[in-house]
Design a protein around this ligand. Structure first.
Ligand code: UTP
Length: 294
């Protein structure tokens, strides 16, 4: 049995503008758009909770307060549903607010993912923690967060979840530079390159969606200057500095990455999740067959 500190807290930054999803995301946070019958971000919270995380820190902007509302208790609505005998509906809304302890921290300007994470420093303290992309859903048998935590329990450092990209697509991600493959799909790292130019990626493994980080990342984030292209304080350069000081690992996800901040990928995710839904799968499958022939 190792004595690594448990991972109890997660940060979910949801303060971005969601420009790829405008106009839908102007008044409604893209993280609250439904995947079948549940908001995207609730899948992410449920995954975190299933991996043993009990405190969720949301980084929100002024126009994302609906996310706070979604995860807070609504006594008037509960009372209404109770009186109407709508037990199932009541259970679904109670479930969302009882999932974990929720903390909401403002990010007044969307200065980047790294800047958003830095706002959680005081709440996280000196503990390992996880970061979940607020629109990044993972479809997998073993929850992606659990996959990363398992690697942490074995090796004891930061763990980046990675997908296998192609030579053409790796330029969209932080490409990891591998030191050694420790076991199938688990790597120790010697670097990470944010959005490498075509042909210059150190590997085709791209860091996305979930990061299990040691608290020293906060010191590194304070040193990061805004990116010269987009002006944002990014996460990957801070991870690159961390790699130069301590062991950092990557875990190839077993499962499918669904980037729900991208319209086409979001639509695909809705279809994929509908086809798995107990109540709707038959009808949706029949509908696909029907429109395919037209
Ligand atoms: P994204 O880049 O996917 O979100 O960041 P975005 O900036 O909202 O989207 P586009 O590119 O304009 O369409 C990943 C996550 O980080 C949050 C976002 O809300 C999203 O959930 N984020 C991003 C912040 O919380 N703050 C930021 O400054 C930037």
């Amino acid at each position: 049995m190792n004595n690594f500190k448990p991972v109890r807290k997660a940060v979910i930054p949801v303060a971005g503008y969601g420009t790829r999803f405008l106009p839908a995301s102007k008044a409604i946070p893209k993280e609250l758009l439904p995947l079948v019958d549940k908001p995207v971000v609730q899948y992410i919270v449920e995954e975190a909770v299933s991996a043993g995380i009990s405190e969720i820190v949301f980084i929100i902007s002024e126009n994302k307060t609906a996310i706070e509302k979604h995860f807070s208790q609504d006594l008037l609505l509960e009372d209404f549903l109770e009186k109407k005998g709508k037990k199932e509906a009541l259970a679904t809304i109670q479930k969302a607010s009882n999932l974990a302890k929720f903390v909401f921290i403002p990010q007044h300007q969307p200065l980047g993912l790294g800047h958003a994470i830095l706002q959680a420093r005081d709440v996280i303290g000196d503990e390992p923690f996880m970061v979940f992309g607020g629109d990044d859903v993972m479809e997998s048998d073993i929850p992606a967060a659990e996959q990363l935590i398992e690697v942490y329990h074995q090796y004891g450092g930061s763990v980046l979840g990675v997908i296998q990209a192609t030579t053409e697509t790796i330029g969209r991600y932080g490409a990891v530079d591998i030191k050694e493959e420790l076991s199938s799909g688990v790597f120790s790292l010697k670097g990470i390159v944010e959005k490498p130019p075509f042909g210059q990626a150190p590997s085709n493994y791209g860091s996305v969606a979930r990061w299990l980080l040691m608290p020293q990342i906060f010191d590194e984030l304070t040193k990061i200057q805004p990116d010269s292209h987009c002006g944002e304080i990014q996460l990957q350069p801070a991870i690159a500095s961390l790699i130069s000081q301590q062991e950092v690992y990557a875990k190839l996800y077993q499962g499918i990455y669904r980037d729900c901040g991208n319209v086409v990928e979001y639509l695909k995710a809705n279809l994929a999740f509908s086809l798995k839904h107990r109540e709707f799968k038959k009808e949706i499958y029949a509908f696909i067959q029907e429109i395919k022939t037209k």
